[in-house]
Design a binder for this molecule. Structure first.
Ligand code: PLP
Length: 445
């Protein structure tokens, strides 16, 4: 689990860091090594109570281990512990954050975006909807029923009206239902989800863009989970076209801590029009005085933020540039192909029925049973049995109206059906599909 080379690399990086401060008079922090060792042992023991997120037999929720370069760069920067709020607190890491933002913007075809990192996708979406509300005061926010629940909650926080629109059979936002709402005339912003969290379905951005020509509104793309897949060469044509159109939206959220190989605490908000920066203006007398250059805190709702996140992301993007055909992109292709392989393999199983073809790397599958209630109970039992055999899955509760078309023979005796769900977001998953299916079938039998 722990690679000793990582510790050596960290030591080397810290030695290099120390050179920059070698002109200072000697100063050492003292600590009681035995006491630390004992507390750290206790902490490590407490941490044993976790699912093995780093292992391919963790095939459940959206959890991806950080890249070693991110872990090491993050740890190295903690000896400085920069704060990316103001340049006074984190000069180098703020510059690195700005470089990361340019590279992320470039990935979406934007040359001059305004943006910054955030604690996560929720905070990034909060800023997107806050700006949306400032641009269209009092106007409605709409998102699909399969969009992240955070959008309705954030709209509530912001005091903006919110409506959910239904999804079509494949789990994507129903553009016709969007138009019906647009005709009411009070919609300010449509949230399109580029890879929803439950099913990995990508909303029909091209159709929403066509609607924008007719009805004026803002488009916010929530690409927290799926944003990086635009780099892939293995998407279906329709999905690929949706990603290619992302440069036409007004704001984008992407979570480097989801598919970007980062430790938690790394989301990102990007605005196409940098002039929205004016909306953040405030009169704080004490935070910004060290230079006329942009302090990231001037364009962020969060104040203190870890510079470590920027250092880790910068190192990762340096090692694995965000380009089509690169190593980072081909690792995403592996995830797509793992998901397709699992879907295909489950299609041949006597015990399971896969639902929609995975658009990204999420596979949803039902346990075969005569009724929806029995299928739900069986899925929960398999979830527990699999966990006891070190195969970790996730569950998803779907409206029967959405699941039924994939389960034509099932009798419906409930409104929802619980299905199994696996996010295959580690490239290594591809090699483990056969073993995962074998364990699943043993648990089902
Ligand atoms: C994960 C996710 C969020 C929430 O982001 P956090 O980083 O968990 O705060 C929002 N939208 C989508 C589509 C997500 O997948």
């Amino acid at each position: 689990m722990i690679d000793k080379r990582e510790l050596e690399l960290l030591q080397g990086a810290l030695a290099k860091l120390a050179i920059g401060f070698s002109n200072l008079p000697d100063f050492e922090e003292d600590f009681d090594e035995d006491a630390l060792a004992s507390v750290l042992g206790e902490a490590a023991e407490r941490m044993q109570d976790n699912y093995p997120y780093f292992h391919p037999q963790y095939a459940g929720q959206m959890l991806k281990p950080p890249h070693p370069v991110a872990r090491i760069a993050y740890a190295m920067s903690l000896w400085i512990n920069p704060n990316n709020h103001a340049l006074d607190g984190g000069r180098a890491s703020s510059a690195m954050e700005k470089e990361c933002i340019v590279e992320l913007g470039t990935m979406f075809g934007w040359t001059d975006p305004l943006g910054h990192l955030s604690g996560g996708g929720t905070m990034a979406n909060l800023e997107a909807l806050w700006v949306a509300g400032r641009m269209h005061p009092g106007k409605r926010i709409i998102a699909a029923t399969q969009a992240h629940y955070t959008h309705s909650r954030l709209s509530e926080v912001l005091g903006l009206p919110f409506s959910a629109v239904g999804v079509s059979n494949d789990g994507r936002m129903d553009a016709a239902a969007v138009e019906t709402l647009l005709q009411l005339g009070d919609v300010g912003t449509v949230v399109v989800t580029m890879g929803n969290t439950g099913l990995g379905a990508v909303d029909p951005l091209l159709e929403i863009l066509r609607l924008r020509d007719k009805y004026k509104f803002r488009i916010h793309a929530d690409a927290a989970y799926g944003g990086y897949f635009g780099l892939s060469n293995a998407l279906s044509d329709a999905t690929s076209q949706a990603y290619a159109a992302l440069n036409h939206v007004d704001s984008i959220v992407i979570d480097p801590h989801k598919h970007g190989l980062q430790p938690y605490g790394c989301g990102c908000i990007l605005f196409k029009d940098p002039s929205v920066g004016r909306l953040y203006k405030h009169g704080s007398p004490y935070t910004y005085f060290s230079s006329a250059e942009l302090h990231l805190g001037e364009i962020s709702l969060e104040c203190s933020r870890p510079g470590a996140s920027a250092v880790a992301l910068w190192a990762t993007q340096r090692l694995l540039p965000l380009v089509k055909g690169g190593e980072f992109a081909s690792d995403l292709d592996e995830c797509l192909s793992a998901a397709r392989a699992l879907h295909h393999r489950l299609g041949a199983s006597d015990f399971f029925t896969p639902l929609m073809q995975p658009e990204l790397d999420i596979v949803v599958y039902a346990a075969n049973a005569p009724t929806t209630t029995a299928a739900s109970k069986l899925a929960r039992d398999i979830f527990d049995r699999a966990a006891s055999r070190d195969l970790h899955l996730a569950l998803i509760e779907l409206p029967v109206s959405l699941a039924k078309q994939w389960l034509p023979d099932i009798s419906v005796d409930s409104e929802t059906v619980t299905c199994l769900r696996s996010v295959l977001m580690k490239p290594a998953h591809k090699e483990w599909v056969e073993r995962i299916v074998q364990l699943l079938e043993e648990c089902a039998a």
